[in-house]
Design a protein around this ligand. Structure first.
Ligand SMILES: Cc1ncc(COP(=O)(O)O)c(C=O)c1O
Length: 361
């Protein structure tokens, strides 16, 4: 059986380094906001080419804290892609803001800049873009709209660690980059973890205060904050993995290239453009008979996933929130997309086998 993902196998090459770094934290005895978090924040800001990084508890919190830092009024509108993972939309809802869905480009699966302006109203305050599946959005167009309309830009980089447009990395375009280090991500921890990147010192100060009960100085609370600190142990693991992130991304890109070259027939493959360095957190194809294809692959010993089976506005939780927004393009993607195995532990011969089986479908 070819698994879709296996976190033990994925992390196995790093076990010795993890053990060494874990032992350092264990013996050092400082378990909250200590040296390991500081080191990772410094390393990750350097990697993303931003001035600051603030470690938080997970990707959802990274988005919430970034949004919260702007002090928007309740009911202000935030533009967000209609085909994202629910977390992006939940962050907006949890901040008492209104998500306004914008449809994606059907070839890149990222928010379509041509559809943004028609959704901007006097209440619009920000655009939350999502670099879905590991491809950076069309940030030149998005930043130019944001600048002309005076909107803030938050990048949801949960699926795009190390992805680039030209030489700019995800997390380095907007006011903030919000990262998840959920274990399956390209830079995955061994539990929940997240971070916010920014090059604005005053915004950095606000988010780093918000993540720690609104406090910069023990027992003095300036803001209505959260407990959302990146864990020392996870930070130590993340610093280890960060050293190998480019290698992980290169491996995934090599496997993606095999799929791109090898798959024939009715499969709609991800778009490739020379200015974009895609990191394939997910490698998806679209097919009109997606469910049959998934079953056929399973019969042939290949496990796949669907990202995502239901559009956010069709989720029960979104009843009365965004269920009145019409999103035919998102639904088309959700109904036809299938994610193929592309983990760091998969071999080229496994991918060639998958291609051979798929081409007989
Ligand atoms: C696009 C996107 N945004 C946000 C998140 C939330 O991250 P976390 O699970 O770390 O809260 C995820 C996680 O899967 C995601 O894929």
């Amino acid at each position: 059986m070819i698994e879709y993902e296996n976190l033990g196998k994925l992390n196995q090459p790093f076990f010795d380094e993890y053990t060494r770094e874990f032992n350092k934290v264990l013996h050092n005895g400082w378990y909250i906001l200590g040296k390991a978090v500081q080191q990772f924040e410094q390393d990750f800001a350097f990697y993303c080419n931003t001035s600051f990084c603030c470690g938080v508890a997970n990707g959802l919190d990274a988005l919430i804290i970034a949004l919260k830092s702007f002090d928007f009024d309740d009911g202000d509108e935030i533009i967000v892609p209609s085909n994202t993972y629910i977390a992006t939309i939940l962050s907006i809802v949890h901040c008492e803001l209104k998500p306004v869905l914008v449809e994606p480009d059907i070839t890149t699966y990222n928010i379509d800049p041509l559809r943004i302006e028609e959704k901007v109203t006097p209440k619009t305050k920000a655009i939350v873009v999502v670099h879905l599946y590991g491809k950076v959005c069309d940030m030149q167009s998005i930043l130019s709209i944001a600048n002309s309309k005076g909107l803030k830009v938050i990048e949801d980089c949960a699926q795009a660690h190390g992805a680039m447009f030209k030489d700019i990395k995800a997390g380095g375009f907007g006011d903030f980059g919000a990262f998840s280090f959920y274990p399956t991500k390209n830079l995955g921890a061994l539990g929940d973890a997240g971070a916010i990147t920014t090059s604005d010192k005053s915004l950095y100060k606000i988010v780093s205060t918000l993540r720690n009960y609104g406090s910069n100085q023990k027992y003095y609370n300036d803001l209505v904050g959260y407990n959302s600190r990146l864990d020392e142990v996870q930070a130590a693991f993340l610093s280890v993995k960060l050293k190998h992130l480019d290698l992980i991304n290169r491996h995934k890109r090599k496997l993606a290239e095999l799929y791109l070259q090898g798959l024939k027939g009715d499969f709609i493959k991800p778009a490739v453009h020379e200015d974009y360095y895609d990191v394939y957190h997910i490698f998806n194809v679209r097919h009109p008979k997606r469910n049959e294809l998934k079953e056929y692959l399973l019969q042939n010993g290949i496990k796949t996933e669907i990202h995502y089976p239901i559009a956010p506005n069709k989720q029960k939780a979104m009843c009365g929130i965004i269920d009145n927004q019409h999103t035919p393009i998102a639904e088309q993607i959700h109904n036809t997309t299938l994610s193929l195995p592309i983990s760091f532990f998969h071999t080229e011969s496994e991918i060639n086998y998958i291609i051979e089986i798929m081409n007989k479908f």
